[in-house]
Design a protein around this ligand. Structure first.
Ligand SMILES: [Zn+2]
Length: 164
């Protein structure tokens, strides 16, 4: 069974996201080509993505909030993708501070990319390690294997801990 990730970011962003459109469902190379035709982004190639509870790939311009892209969530995965020419995914991450998805959510992304017929790197090109501080509750993006809370210096667990 696929794990679902729930939004864990600021409530103000969740509320603001309600007035933003959900991401565009990408289920084919044609759908992706059509999306790029309408979204000439300033940060060329990068998009925000979420994988819905149903396994659908939704994408939105990179400045979009993940919770907006997801239409409110929950998600099987979330992060950023960079596309090359046509439909090739060159980079893909689980970097979403809104959902703080676990490091092992790649299979959900893999399934959606395969279903849409998009070529991909076969795994995350950057793995974001999110941990909730057991002491202050702060959301941390762990860098350089430094499992210490940036807000209160408490030790962070080695395993993902955003379960409700
Ligand atoms: Zn802390």
């Amino acid at each position: 069974m696929m794990r679902l990730f729930h939004y864990v970011g600021p409530e103000s962003i969740r509320i603001a996201a309600r007035s933003s459109p959900a991401g565009c469902k990408i289920d084919s190379t044609t759908a992706l080509a059509n999306w790029w035709r309408e979204n000439r982004d300033d940060e060329r190639g990068w998009v925000t993505y979420t994988i819905t509870a149903n396994g659908d790939l939704l994408i939105a311009p990179r400045r979009s909030e993940h919770v907006a892209c997801a239409g409110g969530g929950p998600v099987r995965a979330a992060g950023e993708m960079r596309f090359g020419h046509q439909s090739d995914v060159l980079e893909v991450t689980n970097n979403s501070t809104g959902f703080c998805p676990a490091e092992d959510c790649w299979p959900a992304v893999h399934s959606a990319l395969e279903a849409a017929g998009l070529r991909h790197p076969g795994g995350f090109t950057f793995v974001a390690i999110f941990r909730r501080c057991p002491k202050c509750g702060g959301r941390n993006l762990v860098k350089d294997d430094w499992f210490v809370c940036a807000l209160c210096d408490a030790e962070l667990p080695l395993t993902w801990n955003f379960e409700l």
